[in-house]
Each structure stands twice: as C-alpha cells, then as structure tokens.
Ligand binder design. Structure first.
Ligand SMILES: [Zn+2]
Length: 119
C-alpha cells in the first residue's frame, strides 16, 4: 500500500487545489463516497482507520461546533462507574435474595420438623 503524501492532498500530493481535511476535492469526494456506502458504525470505523493511517485529517469542523468540555469526559467516566456499580449492586441484591430465600426455606423445613417432633 502506498503512503499518504505529507504535502498537498494526501492521496495525490496536489498542492494547488483547496484541501478539505487534507484531501483535494476529488479524493475527499472518493473518501466520502466510500464512507457513505457503509452503515454508520462501519463508516465511523472506516473514517477512524483513514485518520489513524494518515489519509485524512480529523474532522476539526465537527469539533469546533462543540466547545471542549472536560465535564463530558468526567460525566462519562462517572456514568460508567455508576452503571457498573448498579449492575454489581443488582447482582448482589439478587444473591442476597436467593440466600434469604434459601434460609427461609431451611427455617421452614426446620420448623416443620421440630413441630412434627413436638407432636
Ligand atoms: Zn487528491
């Protein structure tokens, strides 16, 4: 596989054309065409791969729309922690319920047998 150009369009090296995300209009069009042919999740992976291999620059426009917000990341982290907490809490709750039920049944059996002995 060829390597992306470091000057001009990353695919053809064209420096006279206006570049979009590091590509001339022809190659940006080709990238977009291929990306659009994929389902959203695959399109995202395709774009990420193109970025990581250096064929296209990151979408700064999309980033500019949103102010960098450290709270977003922190929120996600806390959410993830909280969700796993809830999940483990639910699991623990279920375990406790099962245990209590087992104890209840054991007690009930015991009670019945003691009652029977008393009779
Ligand atoms: Zn090009």
């Amino acid at each position: 596989m060829s390597k992306p150009h470091t000057i001009g369009c990353r695919v053809c090296g064209e420096t006279k054309k206006r570049l979009t995300r590091g590509l001339c209009s022809t190659h940006y069009g080709r990238f977009n065409e291929k990306r659009k042919s994929l389902p959203p999740a695959a399109a995202e992976a395709f774009e990420a791969k193109c970025i990581s291999e250096g064929w296209i620059t990151e979408n700064r426009q999309g980033r500019k729309e949103k102010d960098p917000d450290p709270f977003d990341e922190l929120l996600d982290e806390v959410k993830a922690e909280f969700e796993s907490d809830i999940a483990s809490h639910v699991a623990a709750e279920k375990r406790r319920e099962a245990q209590e039920e087992a104890i209840r049944q054991a007690k009930a059996t015991k009670k019945r047998s003691t009652q029977r002995k008393a009779e």
